[in-house]
Design a protein around this ligand. Structure first.
Ligand SMILES: Nc1ncnc2c1ncn2[C@@H]1O[C@H](COP(=O)(O)OP(=O)(O)OP(=O)(O)O)[C@@H](O)[C@H]1O
Length: 607
């Protein structure tokens, strides 16, 4: 079986994925070594080319020691005229070895860069395919550390890590072969040294490995703390907790430094450098002995000692290169662990695909995040084009209910049908592309206003359509108020826009996508009453002609609804029209009067 086939044998597909790329290259993910090997073997020609060039370079370089020994003999035997030929040969070999060395460095660099790029792409696609439950569990800073720094350790692992390791091993092999050619009796000390070197290296790797793993983990933790502090900087400032955050970060950074120092200590105690000194002395003594016995001549002894001294490079560089390789393995392990984590939803590419009518049916739906039940036995029907308002106290499960329709989460029990088909049977892409969500916390990308509006169409909308949607969403005027109009770049998470403006951009985005089902969470948008009117108009426009699940505190919007669902602690305690519920549902009356007193008069009055 060839090597490639072996690595293909155990190509493990990651757990379920919500997103895959057609024709995606599959790597062996059954373990870090195989994963790294399958990445490198993607570029077989380059990888083997590098090994060949490295061996060639070392062969050429070591052959100089032969020539140096011959030169010594030539001089001692008084045949000085042959020296010119030897000198020119050395020059030729040096020039050739420089060329092969350049080739080896170049191929290694190309493989390293491609490996890092492929691994980054693989991780990115994998993260896009993971479910919301998975992402809820992750700390963003740690994920970022894996996607950036751990990937960099992979690059360093190949160049200079593997590059030097390969160079060292080929140098070691060439030295041993050349010494054997000189005189097999001379092999005694280099072979004994090689044996001790490998034992010491194994011991070194065993000590280094756990520290490398801890170092990478600690880096992820430090990054997570930093990310949280930067994201929550407003809260830190508002509560004057800079000192606390500084302490917390310093603790993490100190732990990282400690691992770094520990790593340095292990490197400092590296035994082979001491061993080499001893073995060089032993080699010299052995050489002298063979010379005194007439087994070798002076030139051979010189060549032998030059070859032995080449082991100095192998020994010194192995401290550093092995540390880089260990760090690379630790990085690979962390990246793989993230990619292999369970994801609960699958894109179901072969599933049901159709143009949606927009009917939603919940049949005895029960859902829990982990073990705590959040929704219990919910059943209702929304006919195509209807608006269903959802009301209930905070934390009662309103948002969670809407997240089951586009399968951000899957129900634990019962079924949700869209157009009579279980959402789990729909192709995820077809389902989600026909459902739009305008959440409480509207996320805008740090891109232009136009790009943000066109986002749901994959940037395929033309300017006229974008402007029409913005006008319908009552956003055109404030957009034109910006100096750059639709080309204005929005700051990260849209911080340069007010809540009301963000909401209207999200409505424009939804209008442009023209979804059959709209989920609108309008519960927390606190806006001044001047903006209120604009938003009401925008929302009224966006509801037209589509099935809408509307979470709202606004009475006017509740009155637009065909049906209102009243949720209490995850249970649907009543459903009906606004008037029916006012008539018969105590909780609804209570919520209603609470909203009424909480809202500005203009809003409370509605239409
Ligand atoms: N990702 C999550 N993981 C675990 N629990 C969650 C998650 N999201 C929400 N919850 C919990 O589920 C319950 C319902 O939350 P949900 O956001 O659906 O309520 P809500 O009625 O929309 O509240 P609000 O009106 O305040 O937005 C809450 O107790 C909340 O703590």
């Amino acid at each position: 079986m060839n090597l490639g086939a072996y690595f293909w044998l155990e190509v493990s597909l990651f757990s379920k994925s919500e997103f895959t790329v057609a024709g995606e290259y599959h790597y062996n993910s059954s373990g870090p070594v195989r994963w790294i090997a399958s990445h490198l073997l993607r570029y077989k020609l380059l990888a083997f080319g590098f090994i060949l060039l490295a061996v060639l370079t070392n062969g050429l370089y070591s052959s100089i020691s032969f020539l140096a020994g011959s030169a010594f003999n030539v001089v001692t035997q008084g045949k000085a005229q042959e020296l010119l030929v030897l000198a020119l040969s050395v020059l030729g070999i040096v020039a050739l070895s420089l060329t092969t060395d350049l080739g080896a460095r170049l191929t290694a660099q190309v493989v390293a860069t491609r490996f890092a790029r492929d691994a980054r792409e693989e991780l990115y696609i994998n993260l896009l395919g993971k479910s919301q439950t998975f992402h809820n569990r992750q700390r963003v800073g740690d994920v970022m550390a894996r996607a950036s720094n751990d990937i960099t350790t992979l690059n360093d692992m190949v160049v200079p890590g593997f590059d030097i390791v390969c160079d060292s091993f080929s140098s070691l092999s060439v030295v041993i072969v050349f010494i054997a050619i000189l005189n097999p009796q001379l092999l005694l000390t280099p072979l004994a040294y090689t044996l001790c070197f490998f034992i010491a290296l194994r011991f070194y790797s065993r000590q280094l490995n756990p520290v490398s793993v801890k170092m990478r983990e600690q880096f992820g933790d430090t990054n997570a703390v930093l990310n949280e502090a930067v994201t929550g900087v407003e809260v830190i400032k508002a509560t004057a907790q800079e000192e606390q955050e500084k302490r917390k970060f310093a603790e993490q950074a100190t732990r990282y430094r400690d691992y770094y120092v520990k790593n340095g200590r292990i490197q400092g105690r590296y035994l082979p450098t001491l061993l080499l000194g001893i073995f060089l002395a032993l080699a010299f003594l052995h050489g002298l002995y063979l010379l005194s016995q007439g087994q070798i001549n002076l030139g051979t002894l010189v060549s032998f000692m030059i070859l032995m001294s080449q082991l100095r490079f192998v020994t010194f560089m192995s401290i550093w290169s092995f540390s880089l390789v260990q760090l690379g393995f630790a990085g690979a392990r962390r990246i793989l662990a993230l990619m292999k984590e369970e994801s609960d939803l699958d894109e179901n590419g072969e599933g049901y695909k159709a143009e949606m009518e927009g009917e939603i049916v919940f049949e005895n739906v029960t859902f829990s995040y982990g073990s705590t039940p959040i929704l219990k036995n919910i059943s209702f029907r929304a006919r195509p084009g209807q608006t269903i308002a959802i009301v209930g106290q905070t934390g009662s499960g309103k948002s969670t209910l809407t997240k089951l329709v586009n399968r951000i989460y899957d129900a634990n029990e019962g079924r949700i049908l869209v157009d009579g088909v279980d959402v789990r049977k729909w192709s995820l892409d077809s389902l989600r592309s026909q459902i739009s969500t305008i959440e409480q916390d509207i996320f805008l990308f740090s891109r232009t206003v136009a790009e943000n509006i066109a986002y749901g169409l994959g940037q395929k909308a033309d300017q006229a359509a974008i402007e029409a949607a913005a006008r319908d969403a009552q956003a055109h005027d404030f957009i034109m108020g910006f100096k750059e109009g639709y080309e204005t770049v929005i700051g990260e998470r849209g911080v340069t826009l007010s809540g009301g403006q963000r909401q209207r951009l999200a409505i424009a985005r939804a209008l442009l996508t023209d979804p059959r089902i709209l989920i609108l969470d309008d519960s927390t948008s606190a806006v001044d009453s001047a903006t209120e009117d604009e938003i009401q108009k925008a929302i009224k426009r966006v509801l037209q002609g589509r099935t809408t699940l509307l979470i709202t505190h606004r009475l006017s919007q509740i009155r637009w609804a065909d049906t209102v669902l009243v949720i209490r602690k995850g249970e649907l305690i009543d459903q009906g029209s606004h008037e029916e519920l006012l008539d018969r549902c105590d909780l609804y009356r209570r919520i209603f009067s609470h909203y009424e007193s909480a809202l500005p008069v203009s809003a409370a009055g509605g239409e």
